[in-house]
Ligand binder design. Structure first.
Ligand code: TXA
Ligand code: MG
Length: 325
């Protein structure tokens, strides 16, 4: 198992030596390595068992330092960064040569993000390179929101997990790219469509390019728990699936079952997002065969929550064989 601690100096030394360190962010934990060192980057792909066609996000301490890695920054990108960095927003921009092709899976763009977490901010400020960091889970599985989640899946392969407690947002960053100068959302996430619209006016949401994904986190089946997730009205589903072997996942409805998780008893979507991945993990250890889940309202953070639930429920899976790896 990896050591878990808050020793930034130790994390700095490991990263400088080309090793990987799991880092906390406000969204989920990342599996970080020196983005400019191809051996460290290759180790990230190997450790996660992630296919090389799926590019990594590069984490920077602030918007100023992001500039050295990209060629052209549309005004809309500048405005979004000003308003939402540090925060759960990844901007996909034309990359400069200094970013290795391995990081971007050969794309001429790079996803950049300035995470909003005090420990990781201090870490980035103590490094003279940016950190490539995908979510610190095995490819296709539920993202980690606590150090112990990282340890369960990756602990035997990495030396250190920087402990920043539980990730407050709990759902990955929103990914925004630009077609011409027009902003396009490639992945729904912790920053809402409404918040983005306030800054850039209209925005296209294109999270369904599943055959040739711009953001492979958008693969139809992703965020997969090992149990079958069935979406619908839980009351109706319970007429077909016996309650004693069904997990129940709702926003706030109480079914008085020992195998239920309510994401937010008061119906608060922020609380719901922060509890979602832990709830999906909890069912793994319950004696249930299926997870009966209800979608939440389709606005604000509800869109990203529903997006993850739909992917968790998708049977169209290129990952079927991987789920129990
Ligand atoms: O909140 C987050 O974004 C977390 C934390 C650790 O920062 N990271 C994360 O990384 O979710 P990952 O690798 O699990 O998901 C990154 C997504 C992938 O779906 C990838 O395809 C997409 O970002 N991506 C990265 N670079 C891209 C690019 N140049 N163009 C389009 N999509 C890109
Ligand atoms: Mg991920």
């Amino acid at each position: 198992m990896a050591e878990i601690g808050t020793n930034i100096e130790k994390a700095v030394q490991l990263l400088k030596a080309g090793e990987l360190v799991a880092i906390p962010t406000e969204t989920v934990y990342g599996l970080a390595g020196n983005a400019l060192n191809t051996e460290a980057v290759a180790k990230i792909f190997e450790t996660k068992r992630r296919p090389f066609f799926d590019p990594l996000i590069v984490h920077v301490p602030d918007a100023g330092s992001a500039k050295q890695y990209v060629d052209y920054i549309p005004d809309n990108a500048t405005m979004l960064a000003q308003k939402f960095w540090p925060g759960p927003l990844t901007l996909v921009l034309k990359k400069r040569d200094v970013i290795p092709a391995l990081v971007t899976a050969g794309l001429d763009t790079v996803g950049l993000r300035c995470p909003d977490h005090a420990l990781t901010h201090e870490l980035l400020n103590n490094l003279d390179f940016p950190l490539a960091a995908p979510s610190a889970n095995l490819f296709g599985r539920v993202s980690p929101t606590k150090p112990e989640h990282v340890n369960e899946q990756l602990g035997q392969f990495i030396p250190y997990i920087l402990d920043g407690g539980t990730c407050p947002v709990g759902i990955e960053s929103t990914i925004v790219g630009f077609e011409g100068d027009r902003p396009v959302i490639y992945r729904l996430g912790g920053l809402t469509v409404e918040q983005i619209k306030e800054v850039v006016g209209n925005v296209t949401v294109n999270t369904h390019s599943s055959s040739n994904p711009k953001a492979p986190g958008q693969l139809k089946s992703h965020y997969a728990p090992s149990k079958k997730v069935i979406l619908g009205n839980v009351e109706e589903l319970l007429q077909h699936y016996p309650a004693h072997c069904s997990g129940i996942l709702t926003l706030s409805k109480d079914f008085n079952s020992p195998y239920q998780r309510r994401l937010s008893p008061t119906g608060n979507l922020h609380e719901a997002a922060s509890n979602l991945f832990q709830a999906l993990r909890d069912f793994e250890t319950m004696p249930v065969d299926v997870i009966l889940a209800e979608l939440v309202e389709e606005n604000g953070l509800g869109r990203a929550i529903n997006d993850r639930l739909r992917r968790a429920a998708s049977q169209d899976t290129q990952l079927e064989g991987r789920r129990y790896e």
